[in-house]
Design a protein around this ligand. Structure first.
Ligand SMILES: NC(=O)c1ccc[n+]([C@@H]2O[C@H](COP(=O)([O-])OP(=O)(O)OC[C@H]3O[C@@H](n4cnc5c(N)ncnc54)[C@H](OP(=O)(O)O)[C@@H]3O)[C@@H](O)[C@H]2O)c1
Length: 358
């Protein structure tokens, strides 16, 4: 363990996190002070808790940190919750905890591993079945793509991708596309919220194919830059999905990106204990660290803001948006990423169909 921490402290990736990530959160805070926009709430008092009455939302990574905090806040708005998580025990435990709050909503756990296409497909089928069993309309109103990891080594997914990229981006792309018919079928406006990160600002270029198909095995896994790229991809996807949906005249699905800032969660669980504890200590001293109950505000803002805020980047709570990096607004790269991701999606789909039929 000490050896791992020692090696990490002397790696470029560590200093990238320590210096560039701190710089980018400070930059985001500056943007918040000098050039943020505030969106009006569509309800007189959304925090009073009736925004989601009878509506259904899916929250991925709902068993920990921001996902759990978001699920609780959305339950307070009377959204019916579909909790999606990869660990069945944690899912049951989280479901129980939320039910014990006695909020007026339904809480249903469904297992989902975003690093596996088969698992995402099974989730889609289970969700449709659950909606039928519960007698609900065949639609959902909100999808919060929150699940994410900060991995410290290359691990190959069953579909052949880097696990961090697959969980943070490819899985969210596939899930959003598989659930799009349910979002479009909603009788009221519906929404996708993608939980991204200020660290996307540290990615200064994006070679789409190199990032999507990267297989960096061995000790020099670029954990910081892979995380940054995965969050940049999720943000490019948010904006591209927004643009595409708004070309459809009757479409009422909006797409928001949410950046929670720096939040004390389990996200650093794979880093050596000394490094994660020391980082939290420094971030607390710099007054940059927030508890999940505060960090979640940008996710809730993005979930409840008026549909006209589609395509915006929520940061800092109080329904405020700021500009994301100029690279994230590059429409050419976004289109390239979309077609590469669609090709991956189609290939996964056909591989799965072949496996089933053989
Ligand atoms: N914390 C921060 O400072 C910060 C800042 C900016 C953005 N974010 C983003 O916020 C999101 C939530 O992270 P967090 O900080 O709340 O971290 P966290 O406490 O570690 O929670 C991550 C959640 O994602 C789930 N998850 C991981 N891999 C998954 C997979 N393959 N399939 C399904 N679920 C999976 C985890 O489930 P298990 O419990 O089963 O592992 C957990 O519920 C992430 O996208 C992260 O990148 C966090």
């Amino acid at each position: 363990m000490a050896h791992g921490a020692f090696r990490m402290v002397f790696s470029w990736q560590f200093w990238r996190m320590a210096l560039l990530w701190t710089g980018s959160i400070l930059f985001s805070r500056l943007l918040l002070l000098f050039s943020s926009s505030t969106w009006p709430w569509p309800w007189p008092s959304p925090r009073a808790g009736n925004a989601g009455s009878g509506r259904i939302c899916v929250v991925t990574g709902a068993t920990s940190g921001l996902g759990k905090a978001a699920a609780i806040q959305l339950a307070r708005q009377h959204y019916h919750l579909i909790l999606a998580g990869r660990n069945p025990e944690l899912l049951i435990q989280t479901t129980q905890e939320i039910k014990e709050l006695g909020l007026n909503c339904l809480v249903e756990p469904i297992q989902l591993d975003l690093s596996s296409y088969i698992s995402i497909k099974n989730f889609q089928l289970s969700l449709k079945q659950r909606l039928s069993d519960l007698g609900f309309h065949h639609s959902i109103q909100l999808l919060v793509n929150n699940a994410g990891i900060l991995a410290n080594s290359f691990r190959e997914t069953p579909d052949g991708f880097d696990e961090m990229l697959a969980t943070n981006y490819i899985g969210a792309f596939v899930l959003s596309n598989l659930l799009m018919p349910l979002l479009k079928n909603s009788p009221v406006p519906s929404r996708v919220v993608n939980v991204t990160s200020f660290t996307h600002r540290c990615a200064f270029d994006l070679d789409v194919y190199e990032v999507l198909y990267a297989r960096r095995k061995g000790q020099n896994y670029p954990c910081a830059s892979t995380y940054e790229h995965s969050k940049l991809c999720l943000l490019l996807f948010s904006y591209e999905l927004h643009r595409r949906l708004h070309l459809e005249p009757t479409c009422h699905v909006s797409v928001m990106a949410a950046d929670p800032g720096v939040v004390e969660t389990n996200i650093m669980r794979e880093l050596p204990l000394f490094i994660s504890r020391f980082s939290l200590f420094v971030l607390r001293i710099l007054c940059l660290l927030q508890p999940p109950e505060i960090g979640v505000n940008s996710i809730i803002d993005a979930s409840l803001a008026p549909p006209e805020a589609s395509g915006k980047y929520f940061f800092g709570g109080k329904c405020r948006t700021i500009e994301s990096s100029s690279l994230s607004g590059d429409t050419e790269i976004a289109e390239k990423l979309w077609s590469a991701s669609s090709a991956i999606f189609k290939e996964m789909e056909s591989n799965a169909n072949q496996t089933i039929s053989s």
